[in-house]
Design a protein around this ligand. Structure first.
Ligand SMILES: Nc1ncnc2c1ncn2[C@@H]1O[C@H](COP(=O)(O)OP(=O)(O)OP(=O)(O)O)[C@@H](O)[C@H]1O
Length: 758
């Protein structure tokens, strides 16, 4: 397909020689993956031991296909309704055709019928009806995530219960809900809704709810049997996030309770009025492992993908992957037919650096060349900005999305035809032994085969696509098949607290993989010193309150402590900013002096937390008196991210509601005397504290590591006897970020506690 991809790109030849011009001018040599070989790999990746629901080898497929067409949009209830009787509402959810369809909606319905999964619709419904647990494996783009919930709803299999579809990431949950609401020909939040942290769009009419795995885990606290749901679909289960693993363990437990059956075959349904169906889905899943975990649950396969994706590997390895991605982008842009480009990079820094390079070289394109619109996409970016990647670019413009692995699974970015995969990602890793007390940090590493396949899959969503891998075929062949489950590499503090509120013990839970003892001890230690657990590792009343907040326990602890210190208003203001998805302070390296000058007036001598509070107060004043435009200008002048402040305002509202529930008066204020704010933050961050050493470094109180204050902190050039910090980042050394000074006397009580905990 791309015949001219090996042509030199002019703009690099013409560019000023910065030492790279000559190298850049040489096109990257590509090797196309042989189609037969790819088919062999595809078959291997879908090693089957169960029926294919949409292929010729399914015993009844021909008949079922016919029936599927007949029943589409007009489902009878002949698939049974194991969740009790429909209550009349069912008729409204018989499918999108119950409301007259305009031409655009009709086109969407036609698209639905073209998906590979459509051929197996009835077979799939039948299998899910027969089995309590179903493991569904099908290629990216076959239609699992968008169609399965609708099939179950339209067939009446969900009864009058809801269908939850869990996703590891917020952006997938929200964008899928939007798409499926359109497929159901209704507004978002009605029949189809979503729930992610700090944001929910649903109503009493909601029947399909896309939600993050964290949100459904949180629902367990108020509804331990998840009785509102008749089906829980765990999507992208291959990612094995910590929350997915905990959810799966809980689903297994509560299904036994609700269905009264100890196997996955659905035999216990007869006595149960509210049975639960579980569907585990992915394109790249160790299906046997999941099946075994659920007492040999049925594995089903969906054959084929809607559109082909051609794959190219670079002939040589590309150590400077950011530069190689940039060259590949312009090779596509100058030679290839229209189509947007999606580039996978490990993290925000690489994204920002590539954005600058592409913008710079795009200015050197010939005048008649199409424009380039770069759209970054990463978790720490405000949701509104991430949503921009889903919009169409202006005419005669090629969109170039620069994304981390948040765009890797589930989502469809309209217009994307080309994927450039650097082969790198950042992964959370818990450095328990290294840092003594232990901390989560992000490390750059090579991706897995499963990720490579998911990334390539993003190119074939709306038509045929092309994926350029910036690594050799040998490198691909030596990649691990899939990643290590998060439960084996992340901090367990938050999950342990949440589970204890459910009356569960992480150590006793029936998990697919048991976590490391170091990580368990570290979490227990942290929960003990913040007062969430007592010496016997039992949940305290304060711990229960902490778990009510949708926050890390350390932050929730600060709010709970503020009740006693009379400064809840201020603590909530600070925590709201720390919980926003993007950073408050914009760090522009080239303008470092201007940045620190502009921020001088907010700077608080105690450090970053009260500096944040000063910004929040100043913004509140501006927001009450100035127009929107002036607020924006004010933020720009002070190098502040206004989106963070706006998002923090929404988060504050939610935290206030939780405060009301747990009896914390959020209006109490310490006024000008801000000392108690640091004391409360200290209670929460006591495990994140360190003492000054003679050489100017800081030694952790709970661990044995030496840390430095991050250069971006207001305290970076100060020496204070003791600090608390929000997080540690590991580069060539360990840096503490989000730092405040705290009196050493504060530790008199806590240090003894931490010694005892150790
Ligand atoms: N937001 C969207 N806009 C346009 N088309 C979409 C959108 N979401 C889904 N589609 C279409 O529906 C198809 C099926 O998507 P779906 O997410 O159901 O597939 P999947 O099998 O779950 O894939 P994956 O494993 O990658 O999540 C896509 O390939 C695309 O053609």
């Amino acid at each position: 397909m791309p015949t001219a991809i090996n042509k030199p790109v002019r703009i690099f030849q013409d560019a000023r020689n910065d030492g790279r011009a000559e190298k850049r001018s040489k096109p990257i040599p590509w090797v196309e993956v042989d189609d037969d070989e790819r088919e062999k790999r595809r078959k291997n990746s879908l090693k089957r031991n169960g029926p294919m629901v949409n292929g010729n080898d399914h015993s009844q497929n021909g008949r079922q296909h016919k029936k599927a067409r007949l029943s589409y949009g007009n489902p009878s209830n002949d698939h049974g309704n194991p969740f009790g009787h429909t209550n009349g509402r069912e008729a409204n959810h018989a499918g999108p055709s119950s409301v007259p369809l305009n031409p655009a909606a009709q086109a969407i319905q036609e698209q639905r019928k073209q998906l590979p999964i459509y051929l197996g619709r009835d077979a799939l419904i039948e299998e899910i009806k027969r089995n309590d647990v179903t493991v569904l494996l099908g290629e990216t783009g076959s239609g699992k995530t968008t169609q399965v919930p609708q099939y179950l709803l339209e067939s009446g299999l969900a009864g009058n219960g809801m269908i939850a579809v869990t996703q590891p990431r917020k952006v997938a949950a929200t964008s899928l809900a939007q798409r499926v609401a359109a497929e159901q020909n209704g507004p978002l939040g009605k029949v189809v809704g979503y729930a992610v942290r700090f944001d929910e769009k649903s109503s009493p009419q909601t029947r399909i709810k896309y939600m993050t795995d964290g949100m459904i885990m949180r629902e367990l606290m108020s509804d331990p049997l998840l009785s509102r749901y008749s089906v829980v679909i765990v999507d992208e289960a291959h990612e094995r996030t910590l929350r997915t693993d905990l959810l799966i363990a809980n689903l297994k437990r509560l299904q036994k309770h609700r269905n009264g059956s100890s196997d996955a075959k659905g035999k216990g349904n007869s006595n149960s009025s509210k049975p639960l169906k579980i569907v585990i889905m992915s394109a790249t899943l160790d299906a046997e492992k999941f099946s075994k975990f659920f007492y040999n649950a049925k594995i089903l396969y969906i054959k084929g993908r809607q559109h082909p994706v051609k794959i190219y590997h670079s002939a040589e390895s590309q150590p400077d992957y950011v530069d190689s991605a940039m060259r590949t982008f312009f090779q596509i842009h100058t030679d290839q037919p229209p189509g947007d480009v999606l580039i996978f990079l490990p993290g925000q820094e690489d994204i920002e650096s590539l954005e600058k390079s592409i913008d710079m070289f795009a200015k050197r394109l010939p005048q008649d060349s199409p424009e380039v619109l770069v759209c970054p996409m990463f978790a720490a970016q405000a949701p509104g900005k991430n949503a921009k990647v889903f919009m169409s670019p202006p005419p005669n413009t090629r969109k170039c999305v620069l994304a981390t692995n948040i765009a890797e699974t589930s989502i469809t970015i309209p217009g994307v035809k080309y994927v450039i995969d650097t082969g790198k990602c950042k992964e959370k890793q818990y450095l328990a032994r290294m840092a003594g007390g232990g901390f989560d940090t992000l490390l750059t590493r090579d991706i897995t085969k499963s990720s490579a396949m998911q990334r390539a899959g993003r190119a074939g969503r709306e038509g045929s696509g092309v994926c350029f891998r910036l690594y050799t075929e040998d490198a691909f062949n030596s990649m691990a098949p899939s990643g290590e489950p998060e439960i084996l590499r992340c901090s367990l503090t938050s999950s342990m607290l949440q589970l204890r509120c459910l009356g569960q013990d992480l150590m006793e839970l029936d998990l697919m993989d048991a976590p490391d003892t170091d990580a368990i001890c570290s979490a227990l230690k942290t929960l003990f010193i913040i007062g969430a657990f007592n010496k016997q590792s039992q949940l305290t009343p304060a711990g229960r309150h902490m778990a009510s907040f949708p926050l890390e326990p350390q932050h929730a602890c600060a709010i709970v402590a503020s009740k006693e210190h009379g400064c809840s208003s201020e603590v909530i203001d600070v925590i709201s900013v720390l919980s926003a998805s993007s950073k408050l302070f914009l760090d522009i390296t080239e303008q470092r002096d201007a940045v620190s000058e502009a921020r001088l007036k907010f700077r608080h001598p105690s450090g970053d937390h009260l500096t944040i509070l000063n910004v929040v107060h100043a913004y509140q004043e501006i927001a009450s008196s100035e127009k929107k435009k002036s607020r924006k200008e004010w933020c720009r002048k002070h190098f502040l991210n206004e989106r963070t402040l706006v998002e923090a305002r929404e988060i504050r509202e939610q935290l206030r509601q939780t405060c009301t529930r747990v009896g914390v008066d959020y209006t109490t204020s310490c006024g000008e005397n801000e000392g108690p704010v640091i004391t409360c933050l200290g209670h929460g961050l006591v495990a994140n504290s360190a003492f000054l050493q003679p050489d100017g470094s800081y030694k952790q109180t709970m661990g044995s590591s030496f840390v430095k204050i991050h250069p971006g902190s207001t305290l970076s050039d100060k020496k204070v006897p003791a600090i608390i910090y929000d997080e540690l980042v590991y580069t060539n050394q360990i840096y503490a970020r989000g730092v405040s000074s705290i009196p050493k006397s504060f530790f008199a009580k806590h240090h003894a506690l931490s010694q005892r905990a150790a």
